[in-house]
Design a protein around this ligand. Structure first.
Ligand SMILES: [Zn+2]
Length: 312
C-alpha cells in the first residue's frame, strides 16, 4: 500500500508536469494568433469607442475571463471611463480597460502588468491605398503578450498578486492608464511595480529595451542576471532625464504610474519605419524575435516576482 501510494504520488507528479505550461514556457503559436487577430483589418485600427475597439474588447475579455484563478476587480472585468479628447475638447464616454487579478500566493503586494490595446483607427490612405492603421506592433504585440502571460501565471501562481490590464486610449494621452491609477482598487502603495509593454514584435537589431532602471536600480540588479534568449537581447536604457525623445519615461502608459510615483519598467523596441503608419501590420512583424522577446519578459517577471519578495 505504502509502495503503491508512493508510485501513485509519482504518477500524479508526472501528470501534473504535463498539464498546463511548464516553467518558463509560453505558447508561441497562440501568441502569434492573438497578434494576428488583434491587428486584422476587421478591427479597423482599434480606435477608442469604435466598432473595431468593441471587437478587440470582446476577444481580450473572452481570453482573460476564462482563465483559472482570475478575479474581477471591476464589474464584469471592465473599468469604463470618460476623458476629454485633447483635439476636439469633447468628452468621450465609454472607453474601457479590461482588468483581471491573480491573487498572490504569499504576498499582498502587487505587480501590475499593462499593455494598451487601442490604436489610431482609420486615416488618410497611404500611397498603397491602405487606410487601416492596424497597429500590429503598436500595440497588438503588447496586448497579445499580456494574454499569454496572464495565462501562464493563471497556471503557475505568482508569489505576488498580479493585476493584468489591457488599456484603452493610450494613443489619446495615456487615458486608460490615468483612469486605472485614479480609480485603482487597492492603495497605490501596495503596487511593487508596473511592467508596461508597448511594441515588442520587430527589431532589425533583435533588441528589446527595458527602460526605467536608471530611476529604480534595484530592478536592474535582478534583471541583469537573466540569461539571454536566442533571437532577442535585453538592453537597458532610454531612461536618462533631459534627453528629450530619447527618454521614454512618459512615452507610454507606464508614464501614468511614474507620475504617481509608482515604480515602473517599460519593455519596448525602438521606433521603426512603419511606426504609426498603415503598414504597421502583421506582415511586418518578426515572429522569432517576438516570441523570444515575450519569453525574456516572462523570465523577467518570474525573476522580479521571486526576488522582490525576499526584500520585504
Ligand atoms: Zn503604443
Amino acid at each position: 500500500m505504502h509502495i503503491l501510494s508512493r508510485k501513485l504520488g509519482t504518477i500524479i507528479l508526472v501528470l501534473a508536469s504535463f498539464t498546463g505550461l511548464n516553467a518558463q514556457e509560453i505558447d508561441g503559436s497562440k501568441l502569434l494568433g492573438h497578434l494576428e487577430y488583434l491587428s486584422s483589418d476587421a478591427l479597423e485600427g482599434r480606435r477608442p469607442l469604435s466598432k473595431g475597439s468593441t471587437l478587440a474588447q470582446k476577444y481580450i475579455l473572452k481570453e482573460l475571463a476564462s482563465l483559472d484563478l482570475v478575479k474581477p476587480l471591476y464589474p464584469d472585468f471592465i473599468q469604463n471611463f470618460s476623458f476629454e479628447d485633447r483635439r476636439t475638447k469633447k468628452m468621450l464616454v465609454g472607453a474601457a480597460n479590461i482588468v483581471v487579478f491573480i491573487p498572490g500566493q504569499s504576498s499582498k503586494k502587487l505587480i501590475v502588468i499593462t499593455a494598451h490595446y487601442d490604436h489610431v483607427g482609420m486615416g488618410k490612405p497611404s500611397s498603397a491605398g491602405d487606410s487601416i492603421y492596424n497597429g500590429a506592433d503598436d500595440n497588438a504585440s503588447g496586448t497579445a503578450a499580456l494574454l499569454v502571460l496572464a495565462e501562464y501565471f493563471s497556471k503557475n501562481r505568482p508569489k505576488h498578486g498580479m493585476l493584468f490590464a489591457a488599456l484603452d486610449a493610450e494613443e489619446m494621452g495615456l487615458q486608460g492608464a490615468r483612469a486605472l491609477v485614479k480609480d485603482f482598487p487597492y492603495p497605490l502603495e501596495q503596487i511593487l511595480l508596473n511592467v508596461n509593454m508597448d511594441m515588442l514584435s520587430r527589431s532589425e537589431a533583435k533588441e528589446v529595451y527595458v527602460s526605467g532602471t536608471s530611476y529604480y536600480p534595484h530592478f536592474k540588479t535582478i534583471l541583469e542576471k537573466i540569461p539571454s534568449e536566442t533571437g532577442s537581447t535585453l538592453r537597458f536604457g532610454h531612461d536618462i532625464p533631459g534627453t528629450g525623445a530619447d527618454d521614454w519615461t512618459r512615452s507610454s502608459d507606464h508614464g501614468a504610474f511614474f507620475e504617481k510615483k509608482v515604480p515602473n519598467l517599460y519593455f519596448g523596441v525602438e521606433d521603426h519605419v512603419d511606426y504609426h503608419r498603415p503598414s504597421d501590420s502583421f506582415a511586418g512583424i518578426h515572429p522569432e524575435f517576438y516570441k523570444a522577446t515575450v519569453k525574456l519578459i516572462l523570465k523577467s517577471l518570474l525573476a522580479l516576482d521571486k526576488n522582490l519578495l525576499e526584500k520585504q
